[in-house]
Write a protein that binds this ligand. Structure first.
Ligand SMILES: *[C@@H]1O[C@H](CO)[C@@H](O)[C@H](O)[C@H]1NC(C)=O
Ligand SMILES: *[C@@H]1O[C@H](CO)[C@@H](O)[C@H](O)[C@H]1NC(C)=O
Ligand SMILES: *[C@@H]1O[C@H](CO)[C@@H](O)[C@H](O)[C@H]1NC(C)=O
Ligand SMILES: *[C@@H]1O[C@H](CO)[C@@H](O)[C@H](O)[C@H]1NC(C)=O
Ligand SMILES: *[C@@H]1O[C@H](CO)[C@@H](O)[C@H](O)[C@H]1NC(C)=O
Length: 551
């Protein structure tokens, strides 16, 4: 296997070099007879194959993604229809015969010769065009893109005809995604704590979404859904607490059972109030006792944002330390007889031990003791991730631009500025971190999360190919970045640009919007699209909700 991988590495290296020399001008060629520039799948692929990591700290893991990992990811995806079926009870795509048909046809790509490719891909496109439009089909989309990537790795660049056929297929997946997002009508944002979720919620507000509250302490959560995170070991907190202190909301690990709310009830609750986004900062639904029942709600547009797990972890510890400092002032030290690794691990049992894997597998895994997660959990978490309609990577702004515009339909997304934690949190929080050696141990114990993150990054990359193609095909409607330094300065963070425990962030549009570099067609920049919430709000102007809205 290893030698096979390395020969593929050589192969792709050679292809990339050849292509950089000869094909890069292809993006600008025009399709004969149409005024539209031909979309060059090969050029998009080569552009996306390198990650631009903007993480300013010493975090380079994602850049180490090599062909071996791409090949491994493709392997997981090819196996996923069966492993999903074995692992989870509720994977809506698997219920459709057409899903299995398209999967078979995707796998068949491998043995096709170059001249058979266009017709085969067009047949897949025709099949995809007939899929029911209440799902975004993220699993299928990623399997098909993996198959195309696989073919590319083995056989080299696609012919012009094949490339054109691939573009049609990607556009079809995009149309399906957009149509389904509109039918779903609400964004279900899976907020992994300290992975940029606060900013996402504020961006939802700027983009005109509606929810129960955008206040920083509510963070798009719906009170009745009970999706607050469970962070601090309640029993340890109480054990350490000086007499007479009230127990804060975040000391809820191990005592606060979630009050389960079904997908149907969530959907009706949202629609009745005309809300179109909410966040879930706890775990996926349904797996309090039965791990197989872990699921996302198929009637929601499910969005997951990932941040490098080491940065997430660091940020989480600093935040909790600062939260204690803020809440208990001079009594805060009582809760930290030490700030060593063992203490942090018993204080934040889930958040310090592969929090992504735990969150993605439901309560029965979330509450497992430390060190009880295995490769089997990692595999299941990978599968759980494939079911999210949209995957965002906090540290990949150029990819996110495309995903915000083309996968969510928002005109405003992240630019160079994120909702930063205040310097105060940094200064205070840093004091709470374990010493360097223990910190390294802690990172080692979170190795499953790092693996999961790499997998998720590659899934996001496959998605970005589809959405890039759609954008280059002229199907976007413009995007500008909040606080981008390149002139698209349509929004600012008012007040101190900082989040402190207990603060409300105050993000506002500064002027009437204009001036964004809305890079799409037709000049409908963000100003024109204020007051909408992207694709999920497509039907909200309708007098009555269409009867086929998915509940
Ligand atoms: C990555 O960064 C380089 C240099 O900043 C830029 O030229 C390139 O377009 C970027 N690639 C992507 C995919 O954003
Ligand atoms: C970055 O991390 C690597 C591996 O952990 C380490 O060897 C290197 O010294 C670090 N670089 C800096 C600038 O901290
Ligand atoms: C899915 O799993 C069920 C049992 O859990 C099995 O009966 C069924 O045949 C499986 N379907 C496929 C297509 O593998
Ligand atoms: C939670 O705290 C209690 C002490 O009150 C401790 O016995 C227990 O081990 C902690 N749980 C975890 C998972 O560390
Ligand atoms: C957790 O792991 C320990 C050993 O590492 C094992 O004895 C125990 O049964 C495990 N618990 C669960 C719930 O898997």
């Amino acid at each position: 296997m290893a030698s096979q991988n390395s020969s593929v590495v050589l192969l792709i290296t050679g292809l990339v070099l050849i292509c950089f020399a000869s094909c890069s001008s292809a993006t600008t060629t025009m399709l004969a007879g149409s005024g539209h520039p031909a979309v060059d799948f090969e050029a998009i692929l080569l552009r996306r194959l390198s990650f631009n990591n903007t993480a300013t700290q010493n975090v380079s893991d994602i850049e180490h993604v090599g062909v071996a990992q791409v090949v491994e990811t493709i392997g997981y995806l090819f196996a996923s229809p069966h492993t999903l079926n074995q692992t989870f009870d509720k994977v809506p795509e698997l219920q459709y015969h057409a899903f299995w048909e398209v999967v078979e046809s995707a796998k068949a790509l491998e043995v096709l010769s170059t001249h058979e490719l266009p017709a085969h891909i067009d047949a897949m496109t025709a099949r995809v065009a007939q899929l029911p439009t209440h799902l975004c089909w993220p699993v299928l989309r990623r399997i098909v893109l993996a198959a195309l990537m696989h073919h590319r790795l083995q056989h080299g660049p696609l012919s012009t005809d094949a490339s054109t056929a691939v573009v049609r297929l990607c556009v079809q997946f995009f149309q399906l995604h957009r149509t389904a997002a509109a039918r779903k009508g609400i964004i279900d944002f899976f907020h992994i704590s300290k992975a940029g979720g606060t900013t996402f919620c504020q961006l939802a507000k700027l983009n005109g979404c509606r929810t129960q509250s955008f206040a920083a302490r509510r963070n798009c959560l719906i009170r009745e859904f009970d999706d607050v995170p469970r962070w601090v070991n309640n029993s340890l907190h109480n054990h350490l607490a000086p007499r007479g202190l009230r127990t804060p909301w975040f000391a809820n690990w191990g005592t606060k059972q979630r009050n389960p709310v079904s997908c149907q009830i969530r959907k009706r609750f949202m629609l009745r109030r005309h809300f179109n986004i909410y966040a879930n900062e706890f775990t996926v639904y349904g797996a309090q006792r039965v791990p197989r029942n872990a699921h996302v709600c198929p009637g929601h547009l499910n969005v997951l944002q990932l941040r490098h797990p080491h940065l997430r972890l660091r940020s989480h510890l600093m935040w909790v330390w600062a939260l204690y400092d803020h809440t208990f002032r001079e009594q805060a030290p009582a809760f930290f007889p030490t700030h060593g690794l063992p203490h942090w691990r018993s204080l934040l049992p889930a958040a310090t031990d592969n929090y992504y894997v735990r969150s993605l597998l439901g309560e029965s895994v979330y509450f497992l003791p430390g060190d009880n997660l295995t490769q089997a959990h990692l595999s299941a978490a990978r599968l759980a991730m494939t079911m999210f309609d949209v995957l965002l990577l906090l540290e990949q702004p150029s990819m996110n631009e495309v995903l915000y515009e083309m996968a969510i339909g928002w005109g405003l997304g992240f630019g160079a500025v994120h909702a930063r934690t205040s310097t105060q949190v940094h200064e205070v929080g840093r004091q709470g971190l374990p010493e360097a050696e223990e910190w390294q141990q802690l990172l080692k114990r979170n190795a499953l999360d790092l693996e999961l993150y790499r997998f998720g990054s590659l899934l996001a990359l496959l998605d970005a190919l589809v959405f890039d193609v759609a954008k280059e095909s002229g199907l976007g409607s413009g995007y500008s970045a909040v606080g981008s330094e390149g002139g698209g300065d349509v929004a600012v963070v008012a007040g101190p640009r900082a989040v402190k425990p207990g603060d409300d962030e105050q993000w506002e549009l500064s002027r009437g919007g204009g001036g964004g570099d809305g890079g799409g067609d037709g000049g409908s920049g963000p100003a024109a699209r204020r007051g909408t919430c992207g694709f999920v709000s497509a039907h909200e102007g309708d007098q009555a909700l269409p009867s086929w809205v998915v509940v």
